[in-house]
Design a protein around this ligand. Sequence first.
Ligand SMILES: [Fe+2]
Length: 240
Amino acid sequence: MQETIHKHTSFTLEIIYHLGTYENSIHFIFDHASKKCSIVDPAWEADLFIDRVKERGYELTDIWLTHWHPDHTNAVDELAHKTGATITAGINEVPYLRLEHPIKTVEDNDIVSIGNTDARIINTPGHTAGGICYALDGHLIAGDTLFVYGAGHCVMPGGSANIFFNSLQKLKQLPDDMMLHCGHDYGSTISSTMGEQKKGNPFLLIDDEDDFVRYRNNIHDGSRTYPMSAMTKDEVYALL
Ligand SMILES: [Fe+2]
């Protein structure tokens, strides 16, 4: 199990990679002042997460979800049951989440907090109907919306490549030095920056919605190899 640690004055972001059948990345946000922890998309290993937070001397009070897919949520109920943590998800994702516990809903630009650490919600539907990203102090936790030189599919219930196009166009407004953290490690590096992605991610290089939809639904899966690496705009357009 690989991990990275990003230390800031007020919080620490820890990420563990390659967990479970689909090799998910799990993100922990430890707020130093309150000793509270939020975990993003807990799946596969509830007890491992509980032990990790306890070992650090923190309390797991929040579960933040990017989207409903089971590989991102299959430990949520167990974790909420064992810790009493509050579950947060995008308002349009609620009909798809089959959870026993209540869900606090958020909308675009809402702020969610763990102690003194704030994250801004960015609505990014398309991979799912109500998918969201969490932006906090130089980091974007993107779930399956954006991968390093890739992006999520749109084929499961609630997915739409047309809607996804607009979400990814919106992410291009984020600062170049913002770090991208993804729900899966499919790229040539384990994380990236938005600047690198704006330059080399095909999903951010295609400017036209119809081209994007065609690339997403008919071209990408058959033309890329893993780990995915940077493309030039000419290389992307040659595939269209
Ligand atoms: Fe997903």
